[in-house]
Design a protein around this ligand. Sequence first.
Ligand SMILES: C[S@@+](CC[C@H](N)C(=O)[O-])C[C@H]1O[C@@H](n2cnc3c(N)ncnc32)[C@H](O)[C@@H]1O
Length: 254
Amino acid sequence: MMDIDKEPKIKAPLSEDDRKKAFIEKLVRDATCAEDLFATRAEAHWLDEPDFQNAYAAAENISVWGSKIRWRVYTLVKSAQAAARLNGNFVECGANRGGTAMAVLTYVSPAAFDNRKFFLFDTFNGLVEEQLSEAERKLKHDNMLYPPVVEIVRQTFAPYNFVSIVQGAVPESLIHYDGQPVAYLHIDMNVVLPEVAALRFFWPLLLPGAPVIFDDYGFPRHSAQRIALDELAKELGTQIMMLPTGQGLLWKMD
Ligand SMILES: C[S@@+](CC[C@H](N)C(=O)[O-])C[C@H]1O[C@@H](n2cnc3c(N)ncnc32)[C@H](O)[C@@H]1O
């Protein structure tokens, strides 16, 4: 007869709630990165890399983000690094103070812009009231008020003559684009109408292999953007992949 103490102990299966709790406890205990929209135990080796740290510090230094967004910035700088192999301009629609653009140009290095421009489109004065849906108007009044920053941005980027600052509302301001092929496109305007218009405008100019990153794509309060951008992607014969950061990523294939 088996000694009762030596009998194998069969664990009762965890309830869904307990399983979730145990998972979250382990995640919080072992997280390498827990900020912005997600936490992860993935080995985020790049958090300690000086090149990433310099790029992030340069961006943070000129921004008022209010919280850490390192994985989002990592997505941008690595996409930009790949894009720098293509012969085309870099473009950001929704630059605000220039934080994410600064991270990108620091990471890929100013030398990568010897034969290309980096276009920064923004009103530099916040959202455009007439472009907002009812829901977007409410969001704006809750937390999306942007003070005028164009003079600060001009000063920030004065040392970089390859940066073209275009003040005005997208899509009207896109007539100031120089028409050259695009290697990298970052869209971060928090509003459906100009985001969709920007993708439609730049689509034929995007080089094969060029990444397009949508900052707000997976954010719970911006589902209208995801739906509208997905519709346009479908019309263009492509699709957008959602990242755990909330960003949407699309690679132009041909
Ligand atoms: C979330 S911020 C961009 C953040 C920026 N990428 C950074 O690195 O901090 C959104 C920006 O979109 C701009 N914006 C919103 N609607 C716009 C439009 N129709 N045309 C141009 N800029 C617009 C706002 O002025 C604001 O600066």
